[in-house]
Structure formats: structure tokens, C-alpha cells
Design a protein around this ligand. Structure first.
Ligand code: APR
Length: 246
């Protein structure tokens, strides 16, 4: 597949990339909606809502502990698509922003630094009372306690569950408003607000590109769409954008 981008510019391009579960699929992490609507054999309502955490905290702790252990096991590594985005950040510096819906740390491990995790992170937990976040590589449970309160409070996974407000929305909107190019990678376009970024970026003047295995729900909103495996099309996209901006 050849990727031609209709972008000509003699100024430094400002690029915002949004990633979803599809970019990590070839690293061995399951996506959310490719498995009969089940995420690692669970319905999202069982593990990814505040109500689920109240009803069965042990199940929710176990679920995210298992995801964290899998991520840190050594079997899961960044793939060529993650590496290509690290290369793009090297090229564009602070004109590049990576917004991810993913809770894995594969972008960081590939070398990206300008990252906003809008749905939280597996390697972070937070105090249920103050919201203060703590890095962790270890399991947590009902007995784990914060160090920010006296008396210490319970900890929960630092994951934005359904019904909660995604992180960093003001900064994301500001950067989308200034972007020359918006790229959406490996996301089905089912979950808002991320699914609405394309309309917003387009209204603000960005050239919008979709890179996904198949057309997403909002595919028609993009100026260009390329479909295939992330390791293939993201690598080609980064080569194409390097040519356009050099
Ligand atoms: N390369 C590119 N795209 C792929 C690949 C691949 N190898 N494998 C799968 N995909 C695509 C699928 O075709 C699908 O469109 O990735 C997309 C993954 O979609 P979802 O599973 O819905 O994941 P995502 O869009 O990230 O979900 C958004 O939903 O459950 C919540 O909070 C959770 O962040 C998540 C949010």
C-alpha cells in the first residue's frame, strides 16, 4: 500500500495523534470490541464502571492486577507502530502530541514522551478519597492504602471507567484546535469524547487521517483513511509525513 498525503507545508507541522487498542493488538494485548464485545472474557460493565467496583471490588482489583502483570511480563513489547510514533516525535519535538486511550505503557517504552493518557494507566493507582495517583508495578487489593491521607484511604485502579470524565480534556482540545494534522490510529470510534476529536479537529482546520484495520464508525469524517495492520500502515504513514514536511 502506498500512502500519499495531501499535505504541503513549509512550516513545522503540528500533529496530534490519537491511539486506541488497535495499535497494541500486534503486541499481544486484546482490543475491547474484537472479541464478541468481551474484554478478556469480561463484559465492560463487570470491570470498567464505578458500580462494578462498588459491587465486586475483588473482581475489579484482580482484573486490573492481571492486566498489569501481563503488561509487565516481558511477553508484551512495543511493536513497529509504537516505534514509528516515537520516530515522529523525534522529528517534530513539541509540535507532536500523542493522546492515547490505552492504559498500557507501550508508547513510553517505545520512546514517546509527549503523551497524554486520557483513560488512565495500568501502572498507576489512585486514592479513592483525594484522587492522588501513585506509580505501581505491583498488585493492589482492598487492603492497599494511600500515603496521602491520615488515616490512609483505599486505593483503586487509576483507570477512567465508563461514566467518569477522561483526563487532560482541556489540553487535548487546545492542541487539537492548533493542529495541522490529526491522526486517529487503531480505534473503533465507539467511545466519546475521543470519537468526536475528528469533527472538532476538522472544524478547527486540521487535515484528518484514519489508520485502522477497518473503517471505524466515523471513517467518513476523515480527509484520508488507510486500512491495514498498524505495524504496516503507521510505519508507512510516518515515512510519508516525513517526506511531506521535509
Ligand atoms: N492494526 C490496526 N488496527 C487494529 C488492529 C491492528 N493490528 N487490530 C485491531 N484494530 C482495530 C479494530 O479494527 C478496531 O477498530 O482497532 C480498533 C479497536 O477498537 P476498540 O476495541 O473499540 O478499542 P478502542 O477504540 O481503543 O476503545 C476505546 O473503549 O472500552 C473503552 O476505555 C476503553 O479506551 C477504550 C475505549
Amino acid at each position: 500500500m502506498k500512502i500519499d498525503l495531501n499535505i504541503e507545508t513549509n512550516k513545522a507541522l503540528k500533529v496530534v495523534v490519537l491511539t486506541g487498542a488497535g495499535i497494541s493488538a500486534e503486541s499481544g494485548l486484546k482490543t475491547f470490541r474484537d472479541n464478541n464485545g468481551l474484554w478478556e472474557n469480561h463484559r465492560v460493565e463487570e470491570v470498567a464502571t464505578p458500580e462494578a467496583f462498588s459491587a465486586d471490588p475483588d473482581l475489579v482489583y484482580r482484573f486490573y492486577n492481571t492486566r498489569r502483570q501481563q503488561l509487565l511480563s516481558g511477553d508484551v513489547k512495543p511493536n513497529a507502530a509504537h516505534a514509528a510514533l516515537a520516530q515522529l516525535e523525534d522529528m517534530l519535538g513539541d509540535n507532536f502530541l500523542l493522546v492515547t486511550q490505552n492504559v498500557d505503557n507501550l508508547h513510553e517504552r517505545a520512546g514517546n514522551k509527549n503523551i497524554l493518557h486520557m483513560h488512565g494507566e495500568l501502572t498507576s493507582v489512585k486514592c479513592v478519597s483525594s484522587g492522588v495517583a501513585f506509580h505501581t508495578d505491583s498488585d493492589i487489593d482492598m487492603h492497599s492504602r494511600c500515603t496521602c491521607c491520615t488515616p490512609a484511604n483505599r486505593l483503586r485502579p487509576d483507570i477512567v471507567w465508563f461514566g467518569e470524565i477522561p483526563y487532560h480534556m482541556t489540553e487535548i482540545e487546545n492542541r487539537l484546535a492548533e493542529a495541522d494534522v490529526f491522526v486517529s490510529i487503531g480505534t473503533s470510534g465507539n467511545v466519546y469524547p475521543a470519537a468526536g476529536f475528528v469533527q472538532f479537529a476538522k472544524r478547527c482546520g486540521a487535515y484528518c487521517v484514519e489508520l485502522n484495520l477497518e473503517p471505524s464508525n466515523g471513517s467518513h469524517e476523515f480527509d484520508a483513511a488507510f486500512h491495514g495492520r498498524a505495524t504496516d500502515i503507521v510505519t508507512k504513514f510516518v515515512s510519508a509525513i516525513s517526506r511531506s514536511s521535509s
